[in-house]
Design a binder for this molecule. Structure first.
Ligand code: P1T
Length: 384
């Protein structure tokens, strides 16, 4: 089977997968082991210690690489552990240009952890890629793009950023958590690295915390495998198994997330008690044309501001929801609601947060795959 030729849905199920060598198990066994017998020092069947490699993790790493149309995959203990590994490619004095609006935990990792090691982060509004040219310089080593952004749903033109990164010989890394490879494949658009919080749509069932990286370049992959082994923030075998099981239904789940997302975005946009809805599927979205070009659908993430909204008012609405669960995270089969200012983005100072539109009244929805009518009825009672 020439895997590269498979279409997405087939890859989600078969990509990088082979029946287990021992008994032909169709799903890779959960190799819950730290170590592997050697017949002589250094002589073994491919695995020596589970920090450097584990067959269940390999199965997940191959699957993620396959669905991202990449060559090398690495799985980590969390999305942030994956970003942390990536940042370890850098040296003191190096600079990173990042999207201004991004997951609060990524921002916190950049500012609170890596700035003290001498890495400089420059946050720019990449809705207009020209803004990158203003800050790029000889010390820039990486461009960090999150698209759609969390939680403002801004869309960044990956191909346009890739032209800039290639011209200046800097790495382009794309956090593909919100879109997933079902909707958007950054490596095909010129990115060097794709990152995932696999905790979200890839896992899909809110039962694991896992991160992943995918690259095509062998040297870059070797450096990242070295960091993965040397720093050790690896994904365990049970979590690898669960994430792999999630990936096998990614395409069918994403289809429904997109349908329900569209229904709810349109419902909210017409609601008299709603001030503003952020969703890239609207023609009025400032980068709708870019979203149409680089994504095959608009996903299930939506943010909105209630009319006359305040912190108190937003909190009251999310407390009233019955089917949407008020919780951190996103991308599972069940619908979740969040209040970015006090939850996912509390790690960003209020002033910075508000510059990118994360006002106190903003509510973020991760639309699940329940019946859209039930979700709409739930929003209706909460808004009223
Ligand atoms: O939670 P973790 O698996 O470590 O992934 C971090 C991360 C990275 N990138 C994006 C775009 C994310 O949304 C996240 C995690 N986000 C949440 C927990 C949240 O509620 O937004």
């Amino acid at each position: 089977m020439n895997e590269k030729k498979l279409r997405f849905n087939s890859k989600a199920i078969h990509g990088g997968q082979h029946p287990d060598k021992a008994y032909g198990a169709v799903m890779p066994p959960i190799y819950q082991t730290s170590t592997y017998a050697q017949t002589s020092p250094g002589e073994h069947k491919g695995y020596e210690y589970s920090r450097s490699g584990n067959p269940t993790r390999t199965a997940l790493e191959n699957a993620v690489a396959s669905i991202e149309n990449g060559t090398y995959g690495m799985a980590f203990a969390s999305g942030l552990a994956a970003i942390d590994a990536l940042l370890k490619l850098l040296e003191p004095g190096d600079e990173v240009i990042s999207t201004g609006d991004l997951y609060g935990g990524s921002y916190r990792l950049f500012k609170k952890m890596y700035e003290k090691y001498g890495i400089v982060f420059r946050f720019v509004d990449m809705g207009n890629v020209e803004n990158i040219a203003e800050v790029i310089n000889g010390k820039t080593k990486m461009i960090w793009v999150e698209t759609p952004t969390n939680p403002m749903m801004n869309i960044i033109d990956i191909e346009a950023v890739a032209r800039i990164s290639k011209k200046h010989h800097v790495l382009l890394a794309v956090d593909n958590t919100f879109a997933t490879p079902y909707l958007q494949q950054p490596l095909e658009l010129g990115a060097d690295i794709v990152m995932h919080s696999a905790t979200k749509y890839l896992g899909g069932h809110s039962d694991v915390v896992v991160g992943a990286l995918v690259v095509n370049d062998k040297d870059l992959a070797d450096q990242l495998y070295f960091i993965q082994k040397a720093s050790g923030a690896i994904c365990g075998p049970m979590d690898a198994f669960l994430t792999l099981r999630g990936i096998k239904t990614l395409h069918v789940r994403m289809q429904r997330h997109c349908e329900n997302g569209a229904a709810i975005a349109e419902y909210l946009a017409k609601h008299p008690k709603v001030e503003k809805v952020y969703w890239p599927g609207f023609e009025s979205h400032p980068n709708h044309e870019v979203a149409k070009k680089q994504m095959s659908g608009f996903g299930g993430m939506i943010s909105f501001v209630p009319k006359g909204g305040s912190y108190k008012n937003a909190v009251k609405i999310v407390e009233q929801l019955k089917i949407f669960t008020l919780a951190e995270s996103l991308g599972g089969v069940e619908s979740l609601a969040g209040h970015p200012a006090s939850m996912s983005h509390a790690g960003i100072p209020k002033e910075e947060r508000e510059k990118s539109g994360i006002v106190d009244a903003l509510i973020r929805l991760s639309v699940g795959i329940e019946d859209a009518e039930d979700l709409i009825a739930d929003l209706e009672q909460a808004l009223n």
